[in-house]
Design a protein around this ligand. Structure first.
Ligand SMILES: O=C(CO)[C@H](O)[C@H](O)COP(=O)(O)O
Length: 265
C-alpha cells in the first residue's frame, strides 16, 4: 500500500497505483490471500466490518481473527454475508452481529467474480449475492479484493455467469423472461443446479431459500443501470449480481504486484 493511500479518506480519481514488487511464481490462491491481507490493513479497532464470502474473502476473515488473537485489533463486530462465512467467523471466535442491530457498516471486504474498469462488479457465483449486496450496500467503504483474473473490459466479459436470485415459484418462467430480456446480447439463461449424492441434479438453493438463474452473455449489454432496473422490475426476481457503484476501493493482486484503485464519486 502506498503511504498516501488512506482507505477511510474520501475516494479519489487517482489512477491505479502499483505499489509492490512483482509477485512471480505464486498460485491464484496466494494472490487472493495477498489481496485479502492488504485489505485487512484498513480495518481499525472498534469497526463494524462486513465479512464477504468466497475463497478470497475467507483469507480476509482468517486474517482479522489472527489480528484479534494477537491483540492488534480490538472490538471488531463482523457482519457475515452468508451462512458459510457466519460459520467460519464463529469457529474463529469473531464477534458477530447483523444489519438489524448495526445498520451502518464501517468497512466491508469481499471478493468478486468480475470487475470492470469503473469498479462495477459481478458477484454471486458463490450464491451469496443478496446478503452481500445488503451488507456491502450499507457500508461506508467497500473494498473489493481480487486476483487479476477477475478483471474484465465489460460486465459479462469473462463469458461466465451473471447470477440472478429468483423465487422458486415458476422459476423457468422467470428464466425465460430473463433470457428474452437480453436476447440481443446473445443471452443464455440457465437455472443453477447442484449434483446430489445420488448423482441427480437439483436446483441450487441460496441461504434465503431462493434459486439462481445464471445469465451467459455473448456480447456487452451496454447500459448497466438500465439492465439492472429491467431485471429488478421483473416479478420473480429477488436481486441480481451486478454491483454498480457500490465498490469504493479495488485491490488487485497479480504477477505485476498489488494495485489499489479508488473509485471517483
Ligand atoms: O460473490 C461471491 C459469492 O457470492 C464471491 O465473492 C465471488 O464469487 C468470488 O469468489 P472467490 O473469491 O471464491 O473467487
Amino acid at each position: 500500500m502506498g503511504s498516501t493511500f488512506d482507505p477511510l479518506s474520501t475516494v479519489t480519481d487517482e489512477p491505479a497505483v502499483v505499489n509492490s514488487p512483482p509477485l512471480s511464481n505464486l498460485t491464484q490462491d496466494d494472490l487472493k490471500r495477498i489481496a485479502a491481507y492488504k485489505a485487512v490493513e484498513f480495518v481499525e479497532s472498534g469497526m463494524v466490518v462486513g465479512l464477504g464470502t468466497g475463497s478470497t474473502a475467507k483469507h480476509a476473515v482468517n486474517r482479522i481473527s489472527e489480528l484479534l488473537r494477537e491483540g492488534k485489533l480490538r472490538d471488531i463486530i463482523g457482519i457475515p454475508t452468508s451462512t458459510t462465512t457466519h460459520e467460519q467467523a464463529v469457529s474463529l471466535g469473531i464477534p458477530l452481529s447483523d444489519l438489524d442491530s448495526h445498520p451502518i457498516v464501517d468497512l466491508s471486504i469481499d471478493g468478486a467474480d468480475e470487475v470492470d474498469p469503473s469498479l462495477n462488479l459481478v458477484k454471486g457465483r458463490g450464491g451469496s449475492l443478496l446478503r452481500e449486496k445488503m451488507v456491502e450496500g450499507a457500508s461506508k467503504k467497500f473494498v473489493v479484493i481480487v486476483d487479476e483474473s477477475k478483471l474484465v473490459k465489460h460486465i459479462g466479459g469473462s463469458g461466465l455467469a451473471v447470477p440472478v436470485e429468483v423465487v422458486p415459484f415458476c422459476c423457468n418462467f422467470t428464466r425465460g423472461k430473463l433470457e428474452e430480456m437480453f436476447r440481443e446480447a446473445g443471452c443464455k439463461a440457465k437455472l443453477r443446479v447442484k449434483i446430489g449424492s445420488s448423482g441427480g441434479e437439483t436446483a441450487a438453493v441460496t441461504d434465503n431459500g431462493n434459486y439462481v438463474v445464471d445469465l451467459y452473455l455473448e456480447r456487452d449489454i451496454g447500459d448497466l443501470e438500465a439492465a439492472s432496473e429491467a431485471i429488478l422490475r421483473l416479478p420473480g426476481v429477488v436481486e441480481h449480481g451486478m454491483f454498480l457503484g457500490i465498490a469504493t476501493t479495488l485491490i488487485v493482486a497479480g504477477k505485476f504486484g498489488v494495485t489499489v484503485k479508488n473509485r471517483f464519486g
